[in-house]
Design a binder for this molecule. Sequence first.
Ligand code: CU
Length: 443
Amino acid sequence: MAKVMSDGARSRLVWPVAGFFVVIAFGVGLISMAAFGDRTDPPTTAAGDTASSDVVEVKLGDLFIDPDGISAPAGPVTFKVENTGGIDHNFVIEGVDSTEMISPAGTEELSVDLQEGSYTVICAVPGHADGGMKATLTVGGDSEASGNDSGGGGMSGMTAQEMLEHDAKRTAQFPAETKGKGGLPLEPEILSDGTKRFELTADEIEWETEPGVVMKGMAYNGMIPGPQINLDLGDKVEVKLTNELDQPTVLHLHGMILPNGMDGVAGITQNAIMPGESFTYKFTARNSGTNMYHSHFNAAEQVPGGLLGALIISDPRDPAVDIDYTMVLNDGPLGFTINGKGFPATEPIVAGKDQLVRIRYMNEGLQVHPMHLHGIPQKVIAKDGYILKTPYMADTLLVAPGERYDVLVKATELGTWAYHCHILSHVEGPDGMFGMVTAMIVQ
Ligand SMILES: [Cu+2]
């Protein structure tokens, strides 16, 4: 993915922030007091002669750059960049150069020849700069001014009125239009014996996660999340996966009780499906509920990269609802996303007053996400597809990687209610809200 990411990383650098329509203002209200980075383009520099260069050590983490006020002398400099976090990051000196993606515990060196001035440094993974991975690099001269204790860019240094307008401008874009929508239902072919046969093709695609942020991802049938597969308990099923990627893959039906050879784990239950090849998974839906399908080969890259989808098996015991909403959480190279999009491009759930909404959470990412709906409680009715004997109420529900929860929300309270992950660095940054934020609109 490091190679795949580099084009996306470049497009991230020219991410335009546009839109001036104030529609909805949320009460999430945590504003990072951040150093104000110099956003003017620095003078172009050539790669430096490292023989005599100074070495500057920088640490990356989830989600910070340490120090956030970096100083370096003018001339050839080598940045020794260590990733102390749990997910991939890179180190981008805007307008100059960047490292490859750096894996957790990895270190990369970046040698550049810098002219005196102020530069903005970010991690180019979408959402990470907004989440705090933004710093100011001061080259030569007095570095005192860059020594603030939070990332560059954003609202620090602004007046209260300027902060209000800066924040509102971004929030007002919600719900922003982007190209592509994931999780659309996949229609089966019905075979003569009643078997439901689905076809999936894994391929590399370009995917717009936020307005103007186009990433290289991996997808089933050209969408992230992949198309939703809907089954009934007892269905006979075939899922044919064709691999159009340039690497092997395999399909795991997460949560399903299956014949061992259909479990889709490369090297354990089958050989991985090579590029250009296909494999058909055959099973009977013996258990019901909110399940998932995803890659189980090179999965730390392929699943956060987009090879995931919802697999819903309805059960006669399921409550009747007015709105059935699948909410796939992810946090890999495509940023912090809900159904493949980051705020303001996330989709609100729109309900009529007193309608009953079921939300099916599934976490396909690498981190936990406590999902908090403002204003209306959530009744938790199922865990990992299993109906709870004793449902319980919550306003914040922690969804760990691999977990699924079904909740019911009775839309009793009118208005637009913020709905977001409550790890605030997944939803708010120096420029306002991003990532795992959406809304429930009751009208
Ligand atoms: Cu989160």
